[in-house]
Design a protein. Structure first.
Length: 468
Protein backbone atom coordinates (compact mmCIF):
# COMPACT_ATOMS: atom_id res chain seq x y z
CA UNK A 1 0.00 0.00 0.00
CA UNK A 2 1.66 3.23 -1.22
CA UNK A 3 0.72 6.82 -0.35
CA UNK A 4 1.70 9.87 -2.37
CA UNK A 5 1.17 13.62 -1.97
CA UNK A 6 -2.53 13.30 -2.83
CA UNK A 7 -3.34 10.10 -0.95
CA UNK A 8 -3.86 9.39 2.76
CA UNK A 9 -5.52 6.86 5.10
CA UNK A 10 -8.46 7.50 7.40
CA UNK A 11 -10.53 5.52 9.90
CA UNK A 12 -14.11 5.87 11.04
CA UNK A 13 -16.35 3.78 13.25
CA UNK A 14 -19.81 2.67 12.15
CA UNK A 15 -21.23 3.72 15.50
CA UNK A 16 -20.37 5.45 18.73
CA UNK A 17 -18.17 3.62 21.23
CA UNK A 18 -19.57 2.49 24.57
CA UNK A 19 -16.65 3.66 26.69
CA UNK A 20 -13.23 3.89 25.02
CA UNK A 21 -11.93 5.03 21.63
CA UNK A 22 -9.71 2.57 19.73
CA UNK A 23 -5.96 3.23 19.49
CA UNK A 24 -4.49 3.04 15.97
CA UNK A 25 -0.84 2.52 14.99
CA UNK A 26 0.37 2.85 11.39
CA UNK A 27 3.95 1.84 10.57
CA UNK A 28 5.37 3.29 7.37
CA UNK A 29 8.53 3.59 5.30
CA UNK A 30 9.38 6.78 3.33
CA UNK A 31 11.61 6.75 0.28
CA UNK A 32 12.69 9.92 -1.51
CA UNK A 33 15.22 8.43 -3.90
CA UNK A 34 18.33 8.98 -1.77
CA UNK A 35 17.28 7.82 1.67
CA UNK A 36 14.84 5.56 3.51
CA UNK A 37 13.09 6.61 6.69
CA UNK A 38 10.83 4.48 8.93
CA UNK A 39 8.42 5.71 11.60
CA UNK A 40 4.91 5.32 12.98
CA UNK A 41 1.74 7.36 13.24
CA UNK A 42 -0.12 6.92 16.54
CA UNK A 43 -3.71 8.09 16.84
CA UNK A 44 -7.17 7.12 18.09
CA UNK A 45 -10.60 6.80 16.56
CA UNK A 46 -13.23 9.49 17.10
CA UNK A 47 -16.48 7.59 16.91
CA UNK A 48 -18.40 8.27 13.69
CA UNK A 49 -16.07 11.15 12.73
CA UNK A 50 -13.25 10.38 10.31
CA UNK A 51 -9.68 10.50 11.60
CA UNK A 52 -6.59 10.67 9.39
CA UNK A 53 -4.31 7.85 10.53
CA UNK A 54 -1.58 8.26 7.88
CA UNK A 55 -1.05 11.65 6.25
CA UNK A 56 0.14 12.24 2.70
CA UNK A 57 3.92 12.61 2.17
CA UNK A 58 5.44 15.51 0.25
CA UNK A 59 5.61 15.38 -3.53
CA UNK A 60 9.16 13.95 -3.58
CA UNK A 61 8.41 11.06 -1.26
CA UNK A 62 6.67 7.71 -1.58
CA UNK A 63 5.19 6.39 1.66
CA UNK A 64 4.85 2.60 1.93
CA UNK A 65 2.46 1.36 4.62
CA UNK A 66 4.21 -1.51 6.38
CA UNK A 67 1.63 -2.25 9.05
CA UNK A 68 -1.61 -1.10 10.67
CA UNK A 69 -3.05 -2.11 14.04
CA UNK A 70 -6.43 -1.18 15.48
CA UNK A 71 -7.11 -2.45 19.00
CA UNK A 72 -10.66 -2.61 20.35
CA UNK A 73 -10.19 -1.52 23.95
CA UNK A 74 -13.85 -0.55 24.16
CA UNK A 75 -16.31 -2.57 26.26
CA UNK A 76 -18.47 -3.55 23.28
CA UNK A 77 -18.06 -4.74 19.72
CA UNK A 78 -17.13 -2.00 17.22
CA UNK A 79 -17.20 -1.92 13.40
CA UNK A 80 -14.03 -0.36 11.94
CA UNK A 81 -13.92 1.16 8.44
CA UNK A 82 -10.54 2.11 7.00
CA UNK A 83 -10.37 3.92 3.66
CA UNK A 84 -7.70 5.25 1.36
CA UNK A 85 -8.53 8.79 0.19
CA UNK A 86 -7.29 10.24 -3.10
CA UNK A 87 -8.37 13.79 -3.72
CA UNK A 88 -12.15 13.90 -3.57
CA UNK A 89 -12.66 10.14 -3.83
CA UNK A 90 -12.12 7.34 -1.35
CA UNK A 91 -11.94 3.55 -1.43
CA UNK A 92 -12.95 1.56 1.60
CA UNK A 93 -10.36 -1.09 2.54
CA UNK A 94 -12.09 -2.69 5.54
CA UNK A 95 -15.50 -2.96 7.16
CA UNK A 96 -14.73 -5.30 10.05
CA UNK A 97 -16.52 -5.85 13.35
CA UNK A 98 -14.07 -6.28 16.22
CA UNK A 99 -15.13 -7.98 19.42
CA UNK A 100 -13.74 -6.71 22.72
CA UNK A 101 -9.91 -7.08 22.77
CA UNK A 102 -9.76 -8.03 19.07
CA UNK A 103 -6.98 -6.55 16.95
CA UNK A 104 -7.37 -5.66 13.28
CA UNK A 105 -3.95 -5.83 11.63
CA UNK A 106 -2.49 -5.19 8.19
CA UNK A 107 0.96 -6.18 6.99
CA UNK A 108 2.47 -5.56 3.58
CA UNK A 109 3.03 -9.34 3.19
CA UNK A 110 -0.08 -10.85 4.75
CA UNK A 111 -2.95 -8.48 3.97
CA UNK A 112 -5.68 -7.97 6.61
CA UNK A 113 -6.41 -10.25 9.54
CA UNK A 114 -8.13 -10.19 12.93
CA UNK A 115 -6.76 -11.85 16.06
CA UNK A 116 -8.45 -12.38 19.40
CA UNK A 117 -7.15 -11.63 22.87
CA UNK A 118 -5.11 -14.87 22.83
CA UNK A 119 -3.53 -14.19 19.46
CA UNK A 120 -5.71 -16.68 17.58
CA UNK A 121 -6.50 -15.76 14.00
CA UNK A 122 -10.15 -14.96 13.30
CA UNK A 123 -12.08 -14.48 10.09
CA UNK A 124 -15.35 -12.72 9.56
CA UNK A 125 -17.50 -14.57 7.01
CA UNK A 126 -18.87 -11.26 5.72
CA UNK A 127 -15.38 -9.92 5.00
CA UNK A 128 -13.20 -12.74 3.62
CA UNK A 129 -9.43 -12.61 4.01
CA UNK A 130 -7.54 -13.56 0.87
CA UNK A 131 -4.58 -15.80 1.64
CA UNK A 132 -1.95 -17.65 -0.36
CA UNK A 133 -0.48 -19.23 2.76
CA UNK A 134 -1.32 -19.21 6.45
CA UNK A 135 0.69 -19.85 9.58
CA UNK A 136 -1.21 -19.49 12.85
CA UNK A 137 -1.83 -21.23 16.15
CA UNK A 138 -5.54 -21.42 15.37
CA UNK A 139 -8.31 -19.82 13.31
CA UNK A 140 -11.47 -18.73 15.10
CA UNK A 141 -14.56 -17.53 13.27
CA UNK A 142 -16.41 -14.39 14.35
CA UNK A 143 -19.58 -15.48 12.55
CA UNK A 144 -21.29 -18.75 11.68
CA UNK A 145 -20.33 -20.48 9.51
CA UNK A 146 -16.59 -19.96 9.03
CA UNK A 147 -16.05 -20.48 5.28
CA UNK A 148 -12.76 -21.41 3.67
CA UNK A 149 -13.10 -21.23 -0.11
CA UNK A 150 -10.68 -22.00 -2.91
CA UNK A 151 -9.90 -19.49 -5.63
CA UNK A 152 -12.70 -18.93 -8.16
CA UNK A 153 -10.99 -19.08 -11.55
CA UNK A 154 -11.08 -20.89 -14.90
CA UNK A 155 -9.71 -23.89 -13.03
CA UNK A 156 -11.23 -23.81 -9.54
CA UNK A 157 -8.55 -23.46 -6.89
CA UNK A 158 -7.80 -26.47 -4.70
CA UNK A 159 -7.53 -26.26 -0.92
CA UNK A 160 -4.75 -28.22 0.73
CA UNK A 161 -4.47 -28.78 4.46
CA UNK A 162 -1.20 -30.51 5.34
CA UNK A 163 0.20 -31.64 8.66
CA UNK A 164 3.64 -30.42 9.59
CA UNK A 165 6.83 -32.20 8.55
CA UNK A 166 8.89 -33.58 11.43
CA UNK A 167 12.35 -32.08 11.71
CA UNK A 168 13.58 -34.89 13.97
CA UNK A 169 14.30 -38.46 12.87
CA UNK A 170 11.94 -40.93 14.51
CA UNK A 171 9.19 -38.38 15.20
CA UNK A 172 5.82 -38.55 13.48
CA UNK A 173 4.57 -35.98 11.02
CA UNK A 174 1.86 -33.64 12.22
CA UNK A 175 -1.63 -35.14 12.44
CA UNK A 176 -4.78 -33.62 10.96
CA UNK A 177 -7.90 -33.63 13.13
CA UNK A 178 -11.44 -32.65 12.13
CA UNK A 179 -13.62 -32.28 15.21
CA UNK A 180 -17.23 -31.13 15.34
CA UNK A 181 -18.16 -28.48 17.85
CA UNK A 182 -19.03 -29.25 21.48
CA UNK A 183 -22.79 -28.99 22.07
CA UNK A 184 -24.74 -27.44 24.87
CA UNK A 185 -25.82 -29.61 27.81
CA UNK A 186 -28.66 -31.28 25.89
CA UNK A 187 -27.57 -30.51 22.32
CA UNK A 188 -26.11 -32.71 19.61
CA UNK A 189 -22.39 -32.47 18.84
CA UNK A 190 -21.43 -30.68 15.65
CA UNK A 191 -21.48 -32.85 12.53
CA UNK A 192 -18.62 -33.19 10.05
CA UNK A 193 -19.62 -33.38 6.38
CA UNK A 194 -17.22 -33.96 3.50
CA UNK A 195 -18.86 -33.35 0.13
CA UNK A 196 -17.16 -33.31 -3.24
CA UNK A 197 -18.04 -30.78 -5.87
CA UNK A 198 -21.19 -31.24 -7.95
CA UNK A 199 -20.87 -32.21 -11.61
CA UNK A 200 -21.02 -29.55 -14.30
CA UNK A 201 -24.33 -28.53 -15.84
CA UNK A 202 -23.75 -30.59 -19.00
CA UNK A 203 -23.04 -34.14 -17.78
CA UNK A 204 -19.93 -33.43 -15.71
CA UNK A 205 -19.37 -36.08 -13.04
CA UNK A 206 -19.15 -35.01 -9.43
CA UNK A 207 -15.74 -35.19 -7.77
CA UNK A 208 -14.32 -38.29 -6.11
CA UNK A 209 -13.95 -38.58 -2.35
CA UNK A 210 -10.77 -40.45 -1.46
CA UNK A 211 -9.59 -41.47 1.99
CA UNK A 212 -6.06 -42.79 1.63
CA UNK A 213 -3.11 -43.23 3.93
CA UNK A 214 0.28 -41.97 2.87
CA UNK A 215 2.78 -44.16 1.09
CA UNK A 216 5.96 -45.29 2.81
CA UNK A 217 9.51 -44.76 1.64
CA UNK A 218 10.52 -47.13 -1.15
CA UNK A 219 12.90 -49.83 0.05
CA UNK A 220 12.05 -49.42 3.73
CA UNK A 221 9.63 -52.35 3.91
CA UNK A 222 7.38 -50.28 6.16
CA UNK A 223 3.63 -50.87 6.26
CA UNK A 224 1.29 -48.05 5.32
CA UNK A 225 -1.13 -46.72 7.90
CA UNK A 226 -4.59 -48.18 8.36
CA UNK A 227 -7.79 -46.43 7.29
CA UNK A 228 -10.16 -46.44 10.28
CA UNK A 229 -13.77 -45.30 10.16
CA UNK A 230 -15.40 -45.70 13.54
CA UNK A 231 -18.23 -44.17 15.47
CA UNK A 232 -17.93 -42.88 19.01
CA UNK A 233 -18.39 -44.92 22.16
CA UNK A 234 -21.84 -44.62 23.75
CA UNK A 235 -21.89 -42.84 27.09
CA UNK A 236 -22.24 -44.94 30.22
CA UNK A 237 -25.19 -44.39 32.54
CA UNK A 238 -25.11 -44.38 36.32
CA UNK A 239 -28.85 -43.68 36.56
CA UNK A 240 -31.80 -46.01 35.97
CA UNK A 241 -31.65 -45.47 32.21
CA UNK A 242 -29.96 -47.32 29.39
CA UNK A 243 -26.45 -46.44 28.38
CA UNK A 244 -26.03 -44.45 25.20
CA UNK A 245 -25.84 -46.33 21.91
CA UNK A 246 -22.73 -46.02 19.81
CA UNK A 247 -23.37 -44.19 16.54
CA UNK A 248 -23.89 -46.18 13.36
CA UNK A 249 -21.30 -46.24 10.57
CA UNK A 250 -22.97 -46.14 7.15
CA UNK A 251 -21.26 -46.61 3.79
CA UNK A 252 -23.90 -45.95 1.18
CA UNK A 253 -24.00 -45.01 -2.48
CA UNK A 254 -26.84 -42.94 -3.85
CA UNK A 255 -29.67 -43.71 -6.25
CA UNK A 256 -29.16 -43.31 -9.97
CA UNK A 257 -30.61 -40.25 -11.66
CA UNK A 258 -34.08 -40.43 -13.17
CA UNK A 259 -34.57 -40.12 -16.93
CA UNK A 260 -37.29 -37.52 -17.52
CA UNK A 261 -36.55 -36.78 -21.18
CA UNK A 262 -38.93 -39.40 -22.51
CA UNK A 263 -36.69 -40.33 -25.45
CA UNK A 264 -37.08 -43.91 -26.68
CA UNK A 265 -34.38 -46.24 -25.37
CA UNK A 266 -33.11 -43.92 -22.67
CA UNK A 267 -32.83 -45.33 -19.16
CA UNK A 268 -32.34 -44.01 -15.66
CA UNK A 269 -28.86 -43.95 -14.17
CA UNK A 270 -27.59 -46.99 -12.29
CA UNK A 271 -27.32 -46.76 -8.51
CA UNK A 272 -23.80 -46.22 -7.28
CA UNK A 273 -21.69 -49.31 -6.63
CA UNK A 274 -20.20 -49.97 -3.20
CA UNK A 275 -16.98 -51.97 -3.33
CA UNK A 276 -15.17 -53.41 -0.34
CA UNK A 277 -11.87 -54.92 -1.46
CA UNK A 278 -8.61 -55.59 0.30
CA UNK A 279 -5.17 -55.06 -1.16
CA UNK A 280 -3.27 -57.53 -3.31
CA UNK A 281 -0.28 -59.29 -1.78
CA UNK A 282 3.08 -57.87 -2.67
CA UNK A 283 5.03 -59.65 -5.41
CA UNK A 284 8.57 -60.91 -4.93
CA UNK A 285 11.39 -61.15 -7.44
CA UNK A 286 13.75 -62.87 -5.03
CA UNK A 287 15.80 -65.71 -6.52
CA UNK A 288 15.35 -67.67 -3.27
CA UNK A 289 12.30 -69.34 -1.75
CA UNK A 290 10.68 -66.11 -0.56
CA UNK A 291 6.93 -66.15 -1.08
CA UNK A 292 4.78 -63.27 -2.27
CA UNK A 293 2.72 -61.44 0.31
CA UNK A 294 -0.75 -62.69 1.22
CA UNK A 295 -3.73 -60.74 -0.05
CA UNK A 296 -5.45 -58.64 2.58
CA UNK A 297 -8.31 -60.26 4.45
CA UNK A 298 -11.78 -58.79 4.87
CA UNK A 299 -13.61 -59.19 8.17
CA UNK A 300 -17.28 -58.40 8.70
CA UNK A 301 -17.95 -58.89 12.38
CA UNK A 302 -21.04 -57.86 14.30
CA UNK A 303 -20.68 -56.54 17.83
CA UNK A 304 -20.62 -58.75 20.90
CA UNK A 305 -23.62 -58.51 23.20
CA UNK A 306 -23.03 -56.73 26.48
CA UNK A 307 -22.53 -58.72 29.68
CA UNK A 308 -24.97 -58.47 32.58
CA UNK A 309 -22.34 -58.58 35.31
CA UNK A 310 -24.68 -58.00 38.26
CA UNK A 311 -28.31 -58.56 39.15
CA UNK A 312 -30.69 -60.81 37.25
CA UNK A 313 -30.73 -59.03 33.88
CA UNK A 314 -30.07 -60.93 30.67
CA UNK A 315 -26.98 -60.47 28.56
CA UNK A 316 -27.32 -58.42 25.40
CA UNK A 317 -27.88 -60.11 22.05
CA UNK A 318 -24.94 -60.17 19.66
CA UNK A 319 -25.28 -58.02 16.58
CA UNK A 320 -26.65 -59.47 13.36
CA UNK A 321 -24.97 -59.38 9.93
CA UNK A 322 -27.31 -58.67 7.01
CA UNK A 323 -26.58 -59.04 3.30
CA UNK A 324 -29.63 -57.90 1.32
CA UNK A 325 -29.68 -57.61 -2.50
CA UNK A 326 -31.77 -54.85 -4.04
CA UNK A 327 -35.35 -55.29 -5.17
CA UNK A 328 -36.07 -54.94 -8.88
CA UNK A 329 -37.87 -51.82 -10.06
CA UNK A 330 -41.56 -51.83 -10.88
CA UNK A 331 -43.04 -50.90 -14.23
CA UNK A 332 -46.31 -49.53 -15.57
CA UNK A 333 -46.06 -51.20 -18.99
CA UNK A 334 -42.92 -53.25 -19.42
CA UNK A 335 -41.31 -56.06 -17.46
CA UNK A 336 -40.42 -55.48 -13.82
CA UNK A 337 -36.72 -55.51 -13.04
CA UNK A 338 -35.26 -58.70 -11.59
CA UNK A 339 -34.39 -58.73 -7.91
CA UNK A 340 -30.69 -58.72 -7.13
CA UNK A 341 -28.90 -61.91 -6.10
CA UNK A 342 -26.14 -62.81 -3.68
CA UNK A 343 -23.21 -64.56 -5.34
CA UNK A 344 -20.47 -66.39 -3.44
CA UNK A 345 -17.73 -67.36 -5.89
CA UNK A 346 -15.37 -69.30 -3.69
CA UNK A 347 -15.15 -72.12 -1.17
CA UNK A 348 -17.46 -71.64 1.81
CA UNK A 349 -16.49 -72.54 5.37
CA UNK A 350 -18.97 -72.31 8.22
CA UNK A 351 -18.46 -72.77 11.91
CA UNK A 352 -20.24 -75.99 12.97
CA UNK A 353 -21.10 -76.28 16.64
CA UNK A 354 -21.19 -79.72 18.28
CA UNK A 355 -24.18 -81.60 16.81
CA UNK A 356 -27.06 -82.40 19.12
CA UNK A 357 -27.05 -86.15 19.89
CA UNK A 358 -30.42 -87.69 20.82
CA UNK A 359 -30.79 -91.25 22.22
CA UNK A 360 -34.44 -91.08 23.28
CA UNK A 361 -37.57 -89.33 22.13
CA UNK A 362 -37.47 -85.69 23.20
CA UNK A 363 -38.61 -82.16 22.53
CA UNK A 364 -35.83 -80.40 20.68
CA UNK A 365 -34.64 -77.01 21.86
CA UNK A 366 -34.26 -74.05 19.52
CA UNK A 367 -30.49 -74.19 20.10
CA UNK A 368 -30.37 -77.86 19.04
CA UNK A 369 -32.28 -77.16 15.83
CA UNK A 370 -30.07 -74.15 15.11
CA UNK A 371 -26.91 -76.23 15.63
CA UNK A 372 -27.49 -77.53 12.10
CA UNK A 373 -27.00 -81.28 12.73
CA UNK A 374 -28.99 -83.63 14.98
CA UNK A 375 -28.00 -87.29 15.32
CA UNK A 376 -30.45 -89.92 16.56
CA UNK A 377 -29.62 -93.39 18.00
CA UNK A 378 -32.77 -94.51 19.77
CA UNK A 379 -31.80 -98.04 20.88
CA UNK A 380 -34.08 -100.63 22.51
CA UNK A 381 -35.45 -101.54 19.07
CA UNK A 382 -38.01 -98.76 19.22
CA UNK A 383 -38.96 -95.76 17.09
CA UNK A 384 -37.82 -92.24 18.06
CA UNK A 385 -39.91 -89.07 17.92
CA UNK A 386 -38.06 -85.76 17.93
CA UNK A 387 -40.59 -83.01 18.58
CA UNK A 388 -39.90 -79.52 17.26
CA UNK A 389 -39.58 -76.64 19.76
CA UNK A 390 -42.52 -74.32 20.21
CA UNK A 391 -42.75 -71.86 17.32
CA UNK A 392 -42.59 -69.05 19.89
CA UNK A 393 -39.32 -70.52 21.20
CA UNK A 394 -37.88 -70.10 17.68
CA UNK A 395 -38.99 -66.46 17.70
CA UNK A 396 -37.23 -65.96 21.03
CA UNK A 397 -34.02 -67.53 19.71
CA UNK A 398 -34.21 -65.50 16.48
CA UNK A 399 -35.67 -62.13 17.60
CA UNK A 400 -34.71 -60.30 14.40
CA UNK A 401 -36.09 -62.90 11.96
CA UNK A 402 -38.93 -61.72 9.74
CA UNK A 403 -41.49 -63.60 7.66
CA UNK A 404 -39.71 -65.41 4.85
CA UNK A 405 -36.42 -65.91 6.71
CA UNK A 406 -35.35 -69.54 6.85
CA UNK A 407 -32.54 -71.87 7.90
CA UNK A 408 -31.65 -75.51 7.15
CA UNK A 409 -30.73 -78.39 9.43
CA UNK A 410 -30.11 -82.12 9.05
CA UNK A 411 -31.29 -85.12 11.06
CA UNK A 412 -29.09 -88.22 10.77
CA UNK A 413 -30.29 -91.58 12.07
CA UNK A 414 -27.13 -93.46 13.04
CA UNK A 415 -28.95 -96.57 14.35
CA UNK A 416 -28.37 -99.79 12.36
CA UNK A 417 -31.54 -101.49 13.66
CA UNK A 418 -34.41 -101.29 11.16
CA UNK A 419 -37.05 -100.79 13.85
CA UNK A 420 -35.23 -97.79 15.31
CA UNK A 421 -36.63 -95.19 12.95
CA UNK A 422 -36.63 -91.50 13.78
CA UNK A 423 -39.27 -88.94 12.96
CA UNK A 424 -39.61 -85.20 13.34
CA UNK A 425 -42.96 -84.32 14.91
CA UNK A 426 -44.88 -81.09 15.11
CA UNK A 427 -45.45 -78.65 17.96
CA UNK A 428 -47.69 -75.63 18.51
CA UNK A 429 -47.94 -73.34 15.46
CA UNK A 430 -45.76 -75.50 13.21
CA UNK A 431 -46.85 -76.74 9.76
CA UNK A 432 -45.03 -79.81 8.40
CA UNK A 433 -44.60 -80.40 4.66
CA UNK A 434 -43.17 -83.67 3.32
CA UNK A 435 -42.09 -87.00 4.81
CA UNK A 436 -40.83 -86.50 8.36
CA UNK A 437 -39.62 -90.14 8.82
CA UNK A 438 -35.90 -90.93 8.75
CA UNK A 439 -35.09 -94.63 8.35
CA UNK A 440 -32.36 -96.43 10.29
CA UNK A 441 -29.01 -96.89 8.64
CA UNK A 442 -29.43 -100.63 7.98
CA UNK A 443 -28.36 -100.65 4.33
CA UNK A 444 -26.67 -98.44 1.80
CA UNK A 445 -30.00 -97.90 0.09
CA UNK A 446 -31.77 -96.64 3.22
CA UNK A 447 -32.56 -92.92 3.38
CA UNK A 448 -31.16 -92.54 6.88
CA UNK A 449 -30.75 -88.80 6.85
CA UNK A 450 -33.09 -85.93 6.17
CA UNK A 451 -32.49 -82.32 5.22
CA UNK A 452 -35.07 -79.82 6.44
CA UNK A 453 -35.78 -76.13 5.91
CA UNK A 454 -37.54 -74.14 8.64
CA UNK A 455 -39.27 -71.00 7.36
CA UNK A 456 -40.78 -68.27 9.51
CA UNK A 457 -44.24 -67.44 8.19
CA UNK A 458 -45.38 -64.89 10.75
CA UNK A 459 -45.20 -63.93 14.40
CA UNK A 460 -44.95 -67.22 16.31
CA UNK A 461 -45.64 -69.36 13.21
CA UNK A 462 -43.20 -71.57 11.30
CA UNK A 463 -43.32 -74.15 8.50
CA UNK A 464 -40.91 -77.09 8.17
CA UNK A 465 -40.16 -78.56 4.71
CA UNK A 466 -38.42 -81.87 3.98
CA UNK A 467 -36.10 -80.88 1.11
CA UNK A 468 -34.01 -84.07 0.77
Amino acid sequence: MILNSTRYLQVVLAGAVATNQLPVIVDYEDTNGSSVFKDSFISSTNGTSSVVIAVSPDSNTKRKIIGIQVYNRDTAAVTVQISIVTGASSSQLTDVTLQVDDILAYTDVGSWQVTDVNGNLKQNSATPINLTALSAASITGTAAPLPIAGLAAAQGGAITVTGGTSSTAGNAGGALTLTGGTPGATGIGGAITETTGAGGATSGASGDLTLATGTTTAGSGSATGAVIVQSGVGASSAAAVAGGASGAVTVRSQAGGANTGGATGQVGGAGGMVTVSSGAGGATNSAGAHAGGAGGEIFITAGVGGNASAGTGNGGKGGDVYITPGTGGTTTGGTAGADGSTYVRSKIFVNQSTPAAKTVSATLTAAEVLSGIITVAQGAAGASAQQLPLATAMDTALPDAVAGDSFDFSVINISTVAAETASVTTNTNWTLVGNMLIAANTAITDNSQGRFRARKTGVGTWTLYRIS
